[in-house]
Design a protein. Structure first.
Length: 97
């Protein structure tokens, strides 16, 4: 999977296809995590997406409810990351910026 949005944009241009056919909300989420928190954040975001996808597998939730749940989980994730960031020793915070 490409690690930046620019890579998706370039691929879409080269393949002459719409960007949305390559990049879904999960890709955007993991890219944002990578940009904000580095490779560790990307791994955690990918794991979160995988776990949530497993939650939906074979479920009977309506699509609207699944979308709302995913947005709520993403919002909770980012809020928790910001709160937890204050507890990370300064020397490690500077590496992530």
């Amino acid at each position: 999977m490409p690690k930046s949005k620019d890579s998706y944009v370039r691929l879409a241009e080269v393949l002459d296809i719409d960007l949305s056919s390559l990049m879904d909300e999960n890709a955007e989420f993991t890219i944002q995590a990578s940009e904000k928190y580095g490779s560790r954040g990307r791994r955690q975001a990918e794991k979160l997406v995988k776990d949530v996808e497993a939650l939906y597998a074979g479920g009977e939730l309506e699509e609207r409810d699944m979308d709302a749940m995913m947005r709520a989980l993403q919002d909770a994730y980012w809020r928790a990351k910001e709160i937890n960031r204050t507890f990370v020793p300064k020397k490690y915070r500077e590496e992530e910026e």
